[in-house]
Design a protein around this ligand. Structure first.
Ligand SMILES: [Zn+2]
Length: 268
């Protein structure tokens, strides 16, 4: 999955006292495009002027910063973030870091002013948060909990394709957790809403941070309970069917939890 970057060590502990040194990496976004050197690597602080920014995280002991002010740039290019995943020259670890950085940048951009009193927010001196100096409100990065549900019927797996997308790979049922709901109840509700099926024996599999949508995804396997007749929600899906193991077509890369769950079932 996208976060499986061993032997690299990712450390997201927030340390506001850190300042860039020569080897620190500086991530500079213009809208939703990221500046990269000609070989698609991240520029180091020694390549940028000014080499300043907000501390993001570290990888293998090297600090990463988000450049907020437009710096003087070396030779390179801005790559739209949508092309990160499909650019073969960019390794998984770099895609993971870039998307995680954009998730934090979006949160910063969306939290300039206090939603309660309208005052300008300030970075917290002690944690990854924004604080309102007027009313004291503290705003942390928002994560959206969501589930992936692999529904099985004997040796068949429920596959779907989402409606309204130009490129659409086979996927599993997915959806956001709503107020007052457990993750298991989200699985039951989403499967019922999208396919009309009821499920039982819901077992947690793994989770995944999905920075593209600020999600934290929780994957569950479950079994169909009762009728196997699919009544598809055509506003959400353009296809939903029971696939035998040999007919399960995996996604073109192994970044998603969905793909791993499809693979685990196919090879079981
Ligand atoms: Zn306020």
């Amino acid at each position: 999955m996208i976060q499986d970057i061993a032997p690299h060590h990712f450390d997201n502990h927030f340390d506001p006292s850190r300042r860039p040194d020569r080897d620190s990496r500086i991530l500079y976004f213009r809208e939703e495009s990221l500046f990269l050197l000609p070989d698609f690597s991240f520029p180091a602080a020694r390549d940028m002027k000014p080499a300043s920014g907000e501390y993001l995280f570290s990888l293998d002991g090297i600090s990463y910063f988000l450049s907020i002010d437009a710096p003087c740039l070396p030779e390179g290019r801005f790559l739209p973030m949508g092309k990160m995943r499909t650019t073969a020259a960019i390794p998984r670890v770099q895609v993971f870091l870039a998307w995680t950085a954009l998730q934090i940048l979006r949160w910063i951009r969306e939290n300039t002013y206090c939603g309660s009193c309208g005052n300008l927010l300030r970075p917290s001196p002690s944690e990854r948060a924004r604080i309102c100096p007027s009313c004291g409100r503290t705003i942390y990065p928002r994560l959206n909990p969501a589930v992936i549900a692999a529904v099985t019927w004997k040796d068949r797996l429920l596959l779907t394709r989402y409606a309204g997308r130009a490129i659409s790979y086979y996927a599993l049922i997915a959806g956001f957790t709503e107020v007052g709901e457990t993750l298991e109840e989200t699985v039951q509700r989403e499967v019922l809403e999208e396919t009309g099926l009821r499920v039982k024996n819901i077992r947690y599999y793994k989770s995944q941070p999905w920075a593209m949508a600020s999600d934290i995804l929780a994957g569950f396997f479950c079994e169909v309970d009762g009728s196997t007749d699919i009544v598809m929600d055509r506003t959400e899906l353009k296809e939903a069917f029971w696939a035998e193991k040999k007919d399960i077509i995996l996604q073109p890369d192994d970044y998603s939890l969905t793909n791993e769950m499809m693979k685990v079932f196919k090879e079981s």
